[in-house]
Write a protein that binds this ligand. Structure first.
Ligand code: GLP
Length: 263
């Protein structure tokens, strides 16, 4: 596990964007796992810019989003489909048929979710998975106590998540209670994972995920089992890490060794 402590979210978004664009250069049909929420918006802005001003081509890219609400129409402004259209898809040249979301409408959702796992495999698996993290440690919508071996399925949202996201709903009765999400094992199958977390509200979840014991109670801690994961943080979200000075040193060493072409 690597931890990078950035000056701010913009610097973090730059690091993530650079890695995606680098991967895209060597693999134009990159398979990206995408996240929603406020955290990845900076990356989506920079990717949009790379297309509009830098001519970066997304026509062969395939995307799999992490999650989608179940009891919300696909064209509802708060659906994750709408979110992705607004923040990324409308601004890049990705074909509609290359965009995937976990199934969120019945009937037969359970079977559809299983087939979704096959679709990811048939695409060759996810090359780079972007993640945010909930203040309760959820990744995707894998809420605390989600099985670490879970696959794409339906989850009921916790009170804490509902509270965190209630600001998006004027009428509380409209807020969805259930979502479909890639499972924790599905996320761990990705070859590379980049988790961004910014702000003091995420400090406890970051601490538990990076330095805590692996536990389904803090789903982000499952990432400790992944061989190629980087947490991209700001000072506030990293503030509770006991090993913060080690992480700074390790990052500086890595940058130096890369510049010297040693690694
Ligand atoms: C949402 C999403 C997660 C996201 C998290 C944090 O509910 N399901 O994928 O990482 O909560 O959201 P934010 O980035 O807005 O803090």
């Amino acid at each position: 596990m690597q931890v990078v402590v950035c000056k701010d979210a913009e610097e973090g978004a730059g690091i993530v964007t650079e890695e995606i664009l680098g991967a895209l250069e060597s693999k134009p049909d990159l398979v990206l796992g995408l996240a929603t929420g406020s955290t990845p918006i900076g990356v989506y802005q920079q990717l949009s810019l790379a297309h509009c001003e830098g001519g970066v081509d997304f026509s062969a890219v395939r995307t799999f989003n992490l999650d989608e609400y179940c009891d919300l129409a696909a064209d509802h402004p708060q659906s994750y489909r709408s979110f992705m259209r607004k923040h990324l898809f409308k601004d890049i040249n990705i074909p509609e048929e290359n965009i995937h979301f976990p199934p969120s409408e019945g009937p037969g959702l359970r079977e559809k979710c299983l087939r979704h796992e096959d679709e990811i495999r048939q695409a060759g698996g996810i090359n780079i998975q972007l993640l945010g993290i909930g203040s309760n440690g959820h990744i995707g919508f894998n809420e605390p106590t989600s099985s670490l071996a879970s696959r794409t399925r339906i989850k009921t949202l916790t009170e804490k998540t509902l509270r965190d996201n209630s600001r998006f709903y004027e009428d509380p009765s409209e807020q969805p209670q259930v979502a479909s999400t890639l499972g924790i094992a599905t996320i761990l199958d990705a070859r590379r994972i980049l988790l961004q977390a910014y702000g003091e509200k995420k400090a406890e979840a970051v601490k538990a995920s990076v330095e805590g014991p692996i536990s389904s109670y803090w789903p982000g801690s499952a990432l400790q089992m992944h061989a190629d994961v980087t947490f991209i943080l700001d000072e506030a979200s990293a503030a509770r890490l006991e090993m913060i000075e080690y992480f700074r040193k390790s990052r500086a060493d890595r940058v130096r060794l890369q510049e010297e072409n040693t690694i």
